[in-house]
Design a protein around this ligand. Structure first.
Ligand code: ADP
Ligand code: ZN
Length: 606
């Protein structure tokens, strides 16, 4: 039997295992069951692909991602691995071929959609071959409380009843311990060993900015740091997806829309283009993303506040699967809070459900307004500890100053008090800010708000500073917002501030001083990942070769080679096949298939 490490080197061309991969792989090869929790990009696929190659028989992989099976299989075939899939998209002949290959013992991996197991035909097929392993990917789909529930996953426990001696490995990137337990119970994985990795993604830089002029901010972010790179921009509504995609296109950024309102063909085409072409920006609702294993997504931008930390973390996790520096960028403003509160207040479901949504929103707000390390906060949310500040999030890179905002908070809260409690009037943030900053707008005059004692007492802060105060009071639950118009109302805690029994520390808006420092550090980081000057042209040349080859073979560019591999080739400039084989990501099959072409491409530059 070839060792796991040998397979890693020979087939995949990688030098060493990452994290707990080796332990998991050896456990499964030895016939043990495993439940694997690893963040996106952690390297879950190898955990079943290598046992699939080492153990006799075919590994049957259950995956809900029909639209991506073709890609997964292409990627493996490019490595010389005998993989196939069976799902509803296959034509009759292809299906017959795959089935014959499986029955004849000619497949290392067979991908199946969970619903296929409900058919007698599939069961008869499975009876005909020799199964070496069951891998259950995206195992959180078995969780009825999760957002990706697939009823067919509930039937998967039957695999074990029918093939009790075949080991099973279930994998997910969902971190909460409730889901974790549910997976073990529902899949009947009681005896399985649990492998829980750290959910930290150190190569992703977390940044959260206050919305001033959000479109301009997004454009600056894309143009300034991610020109020509692939990324995802998440928006909450279909409407804003369309608008932002158009806005980016109008500004010369190649962008595609993706949301559930588009017809299936357009969705499939856009997803396919995003995977296959270099440097496209996908503007999408959260309908886009599960299982997108494009490794070189360089940024995930949130243009609206996500509804929960779980969702946010999964979405941002789609950046940087290849381990290269990537950015998770979120723009958030007072309007987001108002809008989400409104959605919660008017949502279907009982009070407990709304309370649950409210708690998710509060946790998200607290993350946005923290003065501490964002990554530390995120991991703490999942019950993990970081130990020390990460040095790769905005609050670490440019620590926000905090200031004693007690007096500002009192001014704001007493304005709300005057309007709401004394006059029984409902007003939102805009009116309060106009009152505090002494603006005699029509609306202020009409309601005689210029006669209030608080009129003009807040000229020491500018409008957007007041908005920041309001956001933070909301995050600290010293203020609340309700109803369709985002009316500000006091909470049971407000009285402590008004009665001077509580100090309120606020974070200073970093808009001016901070962003310079931030970018300096960010670009330093990019520079480290970037190439020496003399290799840039070589890298571009290799990329052009890769694009042409990918097109010819009708596979995504990254299936040929990852950027990191091309980058290393560009700097090392190997002269022989054996030198080339030392580059990470160049395995046996790719060496045989593309090695000479690469050497020729390099020689063209001499
Ligand atoms: P996950 O499924 O956990 O999101 P993947 O299995 O897609 O992650 O792996 C993420 C990326 O890391 C892939 O591009 C994969 O080729 C790469 N990778 C995984 N394990 C290793 C390793 N040991 N050495 C180098 N690269 C690896
Ligand atoms: Zn940090």
């Amino acid at each position: 039997m070839e060792s796991a490490l040998d397979v890693l080197r020979r087939v995949f061309g990688y030098d060493a295992f990452r994290g707990s991969q080796q332990e998991i792989i050896e456990h499964v090869i030895a016939g043990g069951d495993a439940l694997v929790l690893m963040p996106t990009g952690g390297g879950k696929s190898l955990c079943y692909q290598i046992p699939a190659l080492v153990r006799p028989g075919t590994a049957v992989v259950i995956s809900p991602l029909i639209a991506l099976m073709q890609n997964q299989v292409d990627t493996l075939r490019e490595l010389g691995v005998r993989a196939g899939f069976v799902n509803s998209t296959l034509d009759f002949d292809t299906r017959r071929t795959v089935e014959a290959e499986f029955a004849g013992g000619e497949l290392d991996l067979l991908y199946l959609a969970p619903e296929a197991l409900a058919s007698a035909g599939t069961m008869r097929l499975l009876e005909r071959g020799r199964i070496g392993l069951f891998a259950i990917d995206e195992a959180h789909c078995v969780s009825q409380w999760g957002h990706d529930f697939r009823p067919d996953y509930l039937n998967l426990s039957m695999l074990h009843e029918r093939w009790p001696d075949v080991p099973r490995i279930a994998l997910t990137a969902t971190a909460t311990s409730a889901t974790h337990k549910e997976i073990a119970t529902r899949l009947g994985l009681d005896g399985a060993r649990h492998f829980v990795s750290s959910f930290d993604r150190p190569n992703i830089q977390y940044r959260i900015v206050a919305k001033q002029d959000p479109r301009r901010q997004l454009l600056e972010f894309l143009r300034g740091e991610h020109r020509g790179e692939a990324g995802i921009v998440y928006c909450l509504s279909r409407n804003s997806v369309e608008k932002i995609a158009d806005f980016l296109k109008d500004n010369g950024i190649p962008a595609l829309p993706y949301h559930a309102g588009l017809d299936a063909r357009t969705r499939a085409t856009n997803q396919d283009r995003f995977l296959r072409e270099d440097g496209l920006v996908m503007v999408a609702t959260i309908a886009f993303g599960m299982g997108i294993d494009k490794p070189d997504v360089r940024f995930v931008a949130h243009f609206d506040l996500p509804k929960s930390i779980e969702g946010y973390y999964q979405e941002t996790g789609r950046a940087g699967r290849d381990g290269e520096p990537s950015v998770a960028w979120l723009a958030y403003g007072l309007q987001d809070v108002v809008q989400q509160r409104k959605m919660i207040d008017t949502s279907d479901g009982d009070a407990a459900h709304r309370r649950n949504l409210g708690q998710h929103l509060d946790a998200m707000l607290a993350l946005c307004e923290t003065v501490e390390c964002r990554r530390g906060q995120l991991l703490a949310y999942f019950g993990q500890e970081l130990g020390k500040p990460c040095d790769n999030c905005d609050t670490c890179l440019a620590p926000p100053e905090s200031w004693d905002g007690t007096i500002a908070a009192q001014k704001l809260l007493s304005t709300v008090y005057r309007l709401d409690r004394e006059r029984g009037q409902k007003f939102g943030a805009g009116q309060c800010i106009d009152i505090l900053t002494g603006k005699k707008t029509d609306k202020v005059v009409q309601w005689h708000h210029d006669e209030l004692s608080v009129f003009g007492v807040g000229t020491d802060l500018r409008d957007n500073e007041w908005r920041a105060v309001i956001r933070q009071l909301l995050a600290q639950r010293l203020l609340s917002v309700e109803g369709e118009y985002g009316t500000l109302v006091l909470t049971e805690n407000s009285a402590e501030v008004l009665g001077r029994r509580r100090t309120v520390m606020l974070r200073r808006e970093p808009e001016r001083a901070v962003s310079a420092a931030k970018t300096a550090k960010a670009s330093r980081q990019n520079a480290a990942a970037a190439l020496p000057k003399e290799s840039v042209g070589v890298f571009e040349h290799l990329r052009a070769w890769r694009a042409a080859t990918a097109k010819e073979q009708a596979v995504p560019a990254y299936v040929i080679f990852h950027d990191a591999t091309l980058r290393q080739i560009a700097t090392d400039r190997p002269r022989t096949l054996s030198e080339l084989s030392g580059v990470s990501g160049v395995g046996e099959n790719k060496l045989a298939k593309f090695g000479q072409q690469i050497l020729d491409a390099l020689a063209e530059l001499d």
